[in-house]
Write a protein that binds this ligand. Structure first.
Ligand SMILES: Cc1ncc(COP(=O)(O)O)c(C=O)c1O
Length: 397
């Protein structure tokens, strides 16, 4: 190759020609469901701060009350200085893990730097040659990357199609040693919800383990905020419950709730836990602070679920086919170019929303992904439904 840079330039042109070009946008201010971009104020429909915690000054002030307490100075450090296996394992970590295990009434929990670190690390640590990972076809990229890093074989079952999952297991289970079924609980790009009872029944019938990624359900669903596993009353039947602090906790980090032997094993084998600097203590402290209050966010949870139901109902009244049953409400538009056009028009109406295109979603299913947060007013939700329906009619989709 003569010129490496020409190669990358031409690849970028090819990405642009397919309407798949991505850019980073400079955000100047975020707050109360609003965002300032290019000096204009938008309603933010692209945030994962589902409970509006990032803007909750009362909570922030309470958290920072102790910042000047010298005996707590380590708890507010901005960097841990090391991996957890060396000198980065501040005692806050174990406090957070004990609190998580207590909340889930589980033997143990282990905290990681992000949901991405969790998903790319747990699967390759727990599985190897002779094992099988069987994954919902629409699982998140971090799960796909975890599967790629594992030496196990893998199969994908059709999205939420448990008959297909069973068919695959009936045909293949006996060829493998360990088998892990993996699914998101609320699907990140579709907003639809797993049927855990079906997965637990299949897990028991075929002697597999069950791994559930609750990234979008942790803190937003379940009476105490413990996700779909709590809502469907099946916490104790799931081998690995993964949650992230990066979404509804408006923070950073993630965790798995699991048996103690799994925690011990992961500490010894999980590369994305071992070979990275641990989270800054202040972040772990904030996660612990919020976790102690997770039950009390029921007001925000109720509001979030109420406006989500209103939006879905409104779309359905307007004749749109919506499969979501959560605060993630995608409107599937098909072609990348159409999704781009509709998103651009939404931005002209001062909604901060973008087209989600392949490879994030399957080819031909480009969409607007509306991500509702608890601080969006009810009347705005009705307005969103009206504007989107109008644009869809205009584009004759
Ligand atoms: C289902 C799912 N799992 C994991 C992640 C990654 O979590 P984090 O943002 O904490 O890395 C995401 C993020 O988009 C997700 O949607």
């Amino acid at each position: 190759m003569n010129n490496y840079y020409d190669y990358y330039k031409s690849e970028i042109e090819s990405i642009k020609s397919k309407n798949l070009y991505r850019t980073l946008r400079n955000i100047s201010s975020v707050g109360n469901a609003e965002i300032i971009f290019n000096k204009k104020k938008y309603l933010n429909l692209s945030s994962n701060d589902y409970l509006g915690i990032a803007d909750n000054t009362e909570l922030l002030n309470e958290f920072y009350l102790e910042i000047n307490d010298e005996s707590k100075s380590n708890d507010f450090r901005l960097g841990s200085g090391s991996s957890r296996l060396l000198s980065g394992n501040y005692n806050l970590y174990e406090k957070l893990e004990t609190e998580l295990a207590k909340a889930y009434e589980s033997e143990s929990a282990l905290v990681f730097n992000s949901g991405y670190h969790a998903n790319i690390g747990i699967l390759p640590a727990l599985t190897g040659k002779g094992d099988l990972i069987i994954s919902d076809k629409l699982n998140h990229a971090s799960i796909i990357d975890g599967i790629r890093l594992s030496n196990a074989d893998y199969l994908r079952y059709k999205h939420l199609d448990y008959k297909h999952l069973e068919k695959l297991l009936a045909a293949k289970r006996n060829n493998y040693n360990k088998v892990i079924i993996i699914s998101e609980s609320i699907f990140s790009m579709d907003g639809d919800v797993v049927d855990l009872q079906k997965l637990v029944d299949i897990k028991n019938k075929y002697n597999t383990m069950l791994y559930i990624d609750e990234a979008h359900a942790f803190a937003t669903r379940g009476k105490s905020g413990l996700g779909i596993a709590e809502e469907q009353n099946l916490i104790s039947k799931i081998d690995f419950i993964v949650g992230t602090f990066g979404k509804a906790f408006a923070s950073q980090g993630a965790f798995v709730v699991c048996k103690s032997v799994i925690r011990e094993f992961l500490i010894n084998k999980m590369r994305s836990l071992i070979f990275t600097t641990s989270l800054p203590p202040v972040v772990v402290n904030w996660n612990l602070f919020l976790l102690k209050k997770i039950k009390s966010f029921s007001v925000e949870r109720k509001k979030l679920n109420l406006i989500s139901d209103i939006l879905i109902e409104e779309f359905q009244k307007n004749g749109l086919s919506i499969t979501s049953s959560s605060n993630i409400v995608p409107v599937i538009l098909g072609k990348n170019s159409v999704a781009e056009e509709v998103a651009t028009e939404m931005q002209k109406h001062l909604y901060y929303i973008f087209a989600v295109r392949p490879p994030t979603v399957p080819e031909g299913t480009a969409r607007l992904r509306i991500s509702l947060t608890a601080n969006i007013p009810e009347n705005k939700v009705l307005e969103i439904a009206r504007v989107i329906t109008k644009l869809i009619t205009k584009h004759a989709i």
